[in-house]
Structure formats: structure tokens, C-alpha cells
Design a protein around this ligand. Structure first.
Ligand SMILES: [Mg+2]
Length: 287
């Protein structure tokens, strides 16, 4: 596949990737399912030189009082260093991540947030789907390929971003932190258990029938931008082929070797979905 020869695309084991891709092409769309992270995987890291908002950033960027923003930043300053600390294990980091998400959700509950506000906050935010994401969603939808979007962000923000910038289709299933709104559309809490960066695995797919129901779809494409994303498809047990694509959006020099050791394909500093669309269209071309 021509696109894998580009200088910013790194393939760990070319023979392995070519074998997997050949199988996916031969088996076609009916055997395929896709699992993707949201922030910085389906969305951009930067747009025209500016860092784009993640789901949580959307809430910090506007609409809520300044004091919310300050408190949210304080939490981020405290816990983000732990999230990315290369000297700590995931087991050591996990309790801090639970603490961070719990405090962030509690903080949000102190302020009146409605569905209508959320709609405007997304519309005014710097969150951007990657270029080519519309084509990606359209082609998965028109070929009935299930897409699981698995995110430690905020499900309601994800739905708004997709609905406003593309189309929220019925082949998409979003597993994330969803806000519990009361009958007046005001936030009263969060539904179900916290999904943070390090528990994005089968335990967090509360809809535990998801992967078993797709057991006939034995080929899986997984896309993420952090190493925790690699666990997202652990619940899929009857797989015959799995291809993992990692977006390395920043600190390429420091992280490239690690990413290549974990992901089959690593795409560096690319704000588009072009490589993925190329791979998908090859798989769909067999129809
Ligand atoms: Mg991400």
C-alpha cells in the first residue's frame, strides 16, 4: 500500500502489516469492525498552529464561569504530570486518574450546565475533527461497518462535535462519560462508572454485549493516540486479524521508538485521516 511509504508513516513489521491488510482486503467490509479513540485520534491536535480542544477543554474554553476554568486548570496541572510520567506504571497512575476524573466531575456539578449550553460551547470551541473524518464516517456508515468510539472524555461533547462537524450515524457506538441531565436539561451528575485514560478496556464497555454481538466481525482496526488506547479492543475475543494505528501528534523524537514498539502503524504529526481513509478504501475496494 503506497500510503505506508510516506516519510511520516512508520511501520514496525512490514511483512506482518501486509499480511493483515491482505486478509482484511480479502475478507472485505462484512468482516470488519473499527474501534477508535476520540480526542486527538478522530480530532486534531492542532489546527492552523493552534492546539485544539479536547472534550474536557471544550468545557473549559467558554460558557462556564471563569472560576470553573481556574479550578479545572488546577486539577489538570496537578494530575497531567502524573498521567504522562514515564517513571510510573499504569497501576501506580490509575488511582490518581480516578481521583482526577472524580474531582473534575464534582467540579462540573457545581455549575449550571444545560444541553443547550453544551451545544453552543461545542460550536464555539476549537475542537476539530481531522480533515477527512467526514469521508471516514461516511464510508464506514455506507458499508455498515460498526464504529466503537471509546473515550475518557465526555460522551455528550463527542456527540455534539460529530453532529455539528459531520454526521452522527447509527453504526457508531460511543462509550464514554455521559452527563446525566434532569428533565429540564440541567446537569445533575454522570451516568455509570468513570472512564479515565487507563481503564479504556473491556471492563469499561458497560454494554458488555457489544463485542460478543460482533463476533462474526473477525477483523478489527484500532486507532488511538495514547498507549492506553491499545487496550480498547480487549473485549473482542474472536479476532482473526487486528491492525493498530497510532497517531503520534507531539513530542515525536522522544516517543517514536516507544510508539513503534506498540502500534503496527504510527502516523506522525498528521492532522488528517488520509492514511486511514486509504487503508479503509483498500479494504472496501474488494466489494
Ligand atoms: Mg486521545
Amino acid at each position: 500500500m503506497e500510503c505506508l511509504n510516506k516519510p511520516h508513516v512508520h511501520v514496525r513489521d512490514r511483512e506482518h502489516v501486509e499480511r493483515i491488510l491482505a486478509k482484511m482486503v480479502a475478507d472485505g467490509p462484512n468482516k470488519l469492525q473499527v474501534v477508535a479513540d476520540f480526542d486527538r485520534t478522530l480530532t486534531k491536535f492542532t489546527h492552523r498552529g493552534q492546539v485544539c480542544a479536547t472534550c474536557h477543554n471544550v468545557l473549559e474554553e467558554g460558557g462556564l464561569p471563569e472560576e470553573y476554568k481556574e479550578e479545572a486548570y488546577k486539577l489538570r496541572d496537578k494530575y497531567f504530570v502524573i498521567e504522562v510520567d514515564p517513571n510510573m506504571t499504569i497501576e501506580e497512575k490509575t488511582p490518581y486518574m480516578v481521583e482526577w476524573w472524580t474531582k473534575a466531575h464534582e467540579l462540573l456539578m457545581k455549575y449550571p450546565l444545560s444541553k443547550a449550553m453544551l451545544h453552543n460551547m461545542v460550536a464555539n470551541s476549537s475542537a476539530r475533527l481531522r480533515d477527512g473524518c467526514i469521508r471516514f464516517f461516511d464510508s464506514l456508515h455506507s458499508n455498515d461497518i460498526p464504529l466503537l468510539i471509546f473515550s475518557a472524555g465526555v460522551g455528550d461533547v463527542i456527540q455534539e462535535v460529530i453532529a455539528q462537524q459531520s454526521t452522527l450515524y447509527d453504526n457508531m457506538h460511543i462509550v464514554s462519560n455521559f452527563i446525566d441531565f434532569d428533565e429540564n436539561g440541567t446537569l445533575i451528575g454522570f451516568k455509570s462508572d468513570i472512564i479515565h485514560v487507563y481503564n479504556k478496556n473491556e471492563n469499561a464497555v458497560h454494554d458488555s454485549d457489544y463485542f460478543p454481538n460482533l463476533s462474526h466481525r473477525t477483523n478489527l482496526l484500532l486507532m488511538g493516540d495514547s498507549l492506553g488506547d491499545l487496550q480498547m479492543a480487549n473485549g473482542a475475543e474472536s479476532l482473526e486479524a487486528k491492525l493498530t494505528i497510532g497517531f503520534l501528534n507531539t513530542r515525536v523524537t522522544e516517543s517514536l521508538a516507544l510508539y513503534i514498539s506498540k502500534y503496527d502503524i504510527v502516523i506522525c504529526e498528521d492532522e488528517t485521516m488520509d492514511i486511514v481513509n486509504n487503508i479503509v478504501s483498500n479494504i472496501l475496494a474488494s466489494v
